[in-house]
Design a protein around this ligand. Sequence first.
Ligand SMILES: Nc1ncnc2c1ncn2[C@@H]1O[C@H](COP(=O)(O)OP(=O)(O)OP(=O)(O)O)[C@@H](O)[C@H]1O
Ligand SMILES: [Mg+2]
Length: 165
Amino acid sequence: MENWATVSSASAEQTREIGAQIARLVDKGDVVLLVGSLGAGKTTFVQGLVAALGGRDPVTSPTFTLAHKYRTSPPVTHVDLWRLDHLQEVVDLALEEELDEGGVVIVEWGDAAEPLYGAEALVVRLDWGASDGERTIAFECRGRSWCSRAELLREALRAGSVGAG
Ligand SMILES: Nc1ncnc2c1ncn2[C@@H]1O[C@H](COP(=O)(O)OP(=O)(O)OP(=O)(O)O)[C@@H](O)[C@H]1O
Ligand SMILES: [Mg+2]
């Protein structure tokens, strides 16, 4: 595990923009695990990312349905594990098939999926900042495929003028 970069976001709009920048480095078969408490901004981040990949449908937490699939390129499957009790339920989602078919899988409450997907993933950790609208967003890479994209990530964050610390 390697901590790549931490950025701060001053608004939901800026978190969407950061998600959109991260979309530039996402590729077929990738897993993104979002970690952060209720209301931290996980779904907001996914909104920016999905829109940047061409998604037109509204992006909301798939809390009750467990998974949404968006018509993006590559296709994004958005999962929310908040209500999950057993790891077997993650297994039953058959996310492996989505990945094998060239999809991208993005998981809210992604810590719950770490036993299955934690070895090769981008981990995005959202925390509350000093004021109401502020969040810190930390990026960690897991595995060679993601860790080799460190420079791309920094470039993407710079392009979004959010800087990388
Ligand atoms: N800098 C910020 N980044 C993201 N969201 C922010 C920020 N500032 C304020 N907000 C607000 O915080 C809320 C974040 O909600 P969001 O649904 O994205 O959180 P979540 O982590 O997905 O929560 P849940 O665990 O309930 O699914 C939104 O109402 C958003 O407008
Ligand atoms: Mg959410």
